[in-house]
Each structure stands twice: as structure tokens, then as C-alpha cells.
Design a protein around this ligand. Sequence first.
Ligand SMILES: Nc1ncnc2c1ncn2[C@@H]1O[C@H](COP(=O)(O)OP(=O)(O)OP(=O)(O)O)[C@@H](O)[C@H]1O
Length: 608
Amino acid sequence: MEQYILNNVGRYKKLVSEFRPTTSGPKESDNTETSPEIVVSARVRPMLDDELAQGFPVGVYIRDGTSTADLHEIQQPVRGPARIRSFDYSVDRMYGPDATTGHIYKDLVHPLVPWAWGGGVGTMFAYGQTASGKTLTVSGLQRHVAETLMDGSLEGERKISMSIIELAGQTAYDLLNDRKQISILEDSFGVTQMAGALEHHVTDKDTLLAYIDAAAALRSTTPTLRNDNSSRSHAICRIRFENPQLPNAKDGLLYLIDLAGSEAARDKVAHDTNRMKEAREINSSLSVLKDCIRGRALADADSFAGRTSKKPAYVPFRQSTLTKTLKHVFDPASTRSCKTVVVACVNPCLADLGASKNTMRYAEMLRVPMPKAQPLEYSPAMPATWNNNQLRNWIQRNSGTPPINPPLLAPSENGPQLLRLPVPEFVTRCLKTADVSVEQARAFHTKFWKLHIDSQRNAAKPGSSSAAGKSADTTTAAATALSRLELLDSSVDPEPDAFDIPFVERIRPGMVVRWNPPVEYQSFKVEEKAYAMVMCPVQAAGERARDARGELVSGKGDGYLCALVMPSLLPGSFAVGLWRQVVVKVEEMEAEVFMEWDEATRYYYMTV
Ligand SMILES: Nc1ncnc2c1ncn2[C@@H]1O[C@H](COP(=O)(O)OP(=O)(O)OP(=O)(O)O)[C@@H](O)[C@H]1O
């Protein structure tokens, strides 16, 4: 075929110049709205010198000002002159041969960095056929990431650690530890661990770049027909951000992934059995990856539309080591806030058009159209319907004392956007208001989410029309009924005038207090904090009552017998140890803390 192409270059170019797409602008699907959390792009690299020297023409053409590319294939009919057959593909963003890696970074990948810095998960995949420019793109992007991380533009302090691993078939290697073999395991909490991989603490750009270069030098490569340095494995660079201000928060994660090259058909001719097996493994892991990205996008589409799908999208992340490693990106049960970008790298040379078509088809399949839903009508009980103003008003009135400054928490976001913000970023923004504590910020986040979940549950109840369709009166009545019900599950004093009276003057069973324990109870502190739920005055406990240390409480003087309230398994959750009792004196009580029972998780959460 290559010789046929070379013999027909003139005719091919003429046919291409005469080609007119049915629509001259973008392809129809170019205008489709897709998940804002998954952006699919394509980068068409320039023709290389050897491709030009051999005389091959360009086979990939980007339509001006659009994200659609036309790929023109040359066909050899049984009789008669060569023909062309044209295919068009659309992605969210298209970068042509003139686009620099710096431009792609600014436009596409840069937003992932503050996202991960703020506690979210940002993932970038470079996908494409052999010799299409994946490694060049990823290594360039890594350099820009290093620059952003170290130029002081990101707010606050983070401890930065990085690890780089390679996945070849089912086997994983540590590229920052002499290619030592490591294991990808799921621990008992369901979290995937790269067991045995070293993590390196980095504080400056040069060290970060030195690690990237060292890993690149160790990556396994094999010459292919198109690339003397072809990567036959997936390389995963993970940068982890710990926020010292929030030691209990989940770390932000940034993944930069250079996927193994999908094979060019003409390469296969020269393959031995091992290379064929390797190619099969690579293609199968890329196919699972596609299903996972699509599955996650479908799940996101449901959640954006406020739908609780009866049959959740199936995401087969356990089917390959690559997607198992990225479980928290794909698992629909994961609570992490994720943003993903895909760069499909495309070789424009006509000789590789078959593989370019596959790459573009793969990229197009990753785009999941968002359901076309009527915008929801504003409802005070539904955060998903709030614009920035309505959100700010709610923050002002519901964020406790002191009220959290609304523009600092939601400078531009609407309700759905704030719901998607990573928790640590939400908390960090709250802490910008003077005198707001981490507890208040966390509790306020829980309150915001609880309202969202309750509003979805109410909307999904049989017989209930969507809250969006309700009249303001009905919605207010429902909200009042809801808040009455909530009081039953809350430690908040039901007396309307309670807040005018200092808490120590209205101590009652069920009240939760932050407590400064005396020396003998210090071991009950968790991260310098202790909480307890008041049960009764010590005198009412009886002579035989003992505390959590087995000591009789009757000899402990005045105070209240309280149940310990301890952090539990889920982030931000607490359990009440009814039978782990302590005596708390009034002068040891520092503040009243509000707890709310959550039926779904069966834990208490702080509220404001
Ligand atoms: N945007 C570009 N501008 C100039 N040259 C490029 C560009 N992209 C790729 N190249 C060149 O193309 C060749 C192949 O690139 P690269 O090794 O990055 O491809 P790859 O997709 O990672 O290949 P493989 O999957 O085989 O590892 C290299 O010589 C590279 O310098």
C-alpha cells in the first residue's frame, strides 16, 4: 500500500483539495455538550523529516476554527484510478501541528494542577499510535507542571511527593528505584496501593525534573518500524500533595500518564510472538481504559442531571492493572472529586492513516454527551439549582458563627460547581474567613452536602414531583417539615431561645461538648481534640457506675457522666461510645458542638 500511496500522491492531493464536507463548519457532534470533568482532545503532530523525505502526503486535516478533523484514506479500486474515502471525527479540543506543548498545557492541563493542589484528583492521559508524539507531549507537560508547582503561584503550603511506575502487561515496576518490581494491591479499605513503590519528597524544580529524567531513562522501549524508541509500557507519574493545615484530609493527586503506543498495522508484520502478545495486552488494557473513562463519564452525566440511576454505569476498573491502579478515578463509589483530560496523539502521515483513524475513533468514543435537561428551576432546598448569588446568600445565613465569607468560599461557583469542589479545597477556602475553625468548615461542608443528598432523595421519592416543579410555598413547607425531622437526629437544642443562653447554663442529656480532658483522660484525645455527649449528672449515675478506665465515678466529684464521641471510619464521621463513659467537669467543657445522625452511614457528623 505504501508504494501505491507514493505512486498516487498527485492524484490524492487533487482529490483532497476537491473534498467538501457535508457541513463546512464543525461536525454536528462538535457542538455536543460533554461532561465538564472529562475533556477529550487531540494533538496532530507535524510531519517528521523522514516521512516528508519518503514523499508521503498528509492524511489528517483540521477544519478551520473547529474541533473536527477530516481523515482522507486512499483506496485502490479493482479497476480505475485511486479514490479517497473521508472520515470525520470530533473531540472537545483540537490542536494542530503548530500548537506548542506550552499552549496545550495552558489551555488543557494547567487547571488540573490547582485542582490536585486543592485536594482533588487530576489525571492526564496521552494516548495514541506508536510514534504519534505521546512521550514528547507528556515529558513537555511534566516540565510545565514542575514549573507551576515551584513558581510560587499556588496558594498555601503543600508537601509534594512523587513516584513514577511502569506497567508492562500485568507487571509493575518502580522507575525511581532501579525498575524494582512492585505490586498493585487493594487494601482492606478498598484503596489501591502501589506496594513497594518509593515515594520521593520534592521541594524544588530541579529535583523534580531529575526524577522525571531518571524514570524516562529506565522505561522499557523497543524499536518499532515507526519509532526507534517506542514505549511498550504505560508510565504513570503520580504527584501527591499533603496539606499540613488539614492533616486528616485526603491528599490531592496529580497523575500524568504516558500510555503504551497502540500498534500501527504495518508494524505487526515484523513482530515475533512475544511482541504480538505484548501488543495484545496493550490493546486490551487500552480497551478497558476506554470502557472505564466512558463509564465514569456516564455516571457523572447522571449525577449532573440530578438523576439517581437505578442501574449505575458499569465501570470495569478491575479488569486491567492500569485501571486498577487508577481505581479512585473510575470507581463510581469513589467520593473523590476528579478531573480528567485525554490527549489523543495523532500521526498525520497518510501511510499511518489506519492507526490515526483508530486513535480518533477511540477519542470520539470517550466523549459522553450530557443529557439535554431543562435547567432546574430555583428551589431553596436544592443546592443543585442555585446560581452564585443564591449560593452566597445561603452561605451567609447557614455557615454558623462567624459566618463564612461567601465571596471567599464561592468567588464564581454556582451550587453544582461548589458541590464538586474537593473537600480540602472547600475547607481551605472557609478558613480564609477570620476565626473560622477547621471543625466549623468541615461541619458546614457536611451540612451543604446533606441538603443536596436530601433534596435528591426527596426528588426521587415515588409520587413526589421534582422539587424544581414545586411552588415556593410547598417547598418551604417541605423544608420546615424536614428541619423538624432533622432536629430528632441532631444534638442541637430544640428550644428556639437556646442560643441566647450560654451553653454551660443549659447543659442537658444529648448535648455534645468539646472537652479539655484532665491528665488521667488524656489518652482519649484524638489529634488534640476530645468530644463527649452529656448523659446525666454524676450524682444521678448511681454508686456502682464506672468510667472507661474502670474507675468508680462516684468519687470523681461534681460534673457530668458523658459518653465519649470519637472519630470513626468515614472521613468526618463520629461514633458515640455509649459504654465508654467519662466524667466531664463544667470547667473542662470548652464549647457546644452540634452533631447530626446520618441514617445512611450510621455515624454522627458535625454540623453548624
Ligand atoms: N509536536 C511535535 N513536533 C515535532 N516533533 C514531534 C512532535 N511530536 C512528536 N514528534 C517526534 O515524533 C517522534 C515520535 O515521538 P514520541 O516518541 O513522542 O512518540 P510516542 O507516541 O511516544 O511513540 P511510542 O508509542 O512508540 O513510544 C519523535 O522523534 C518526536 O521528536
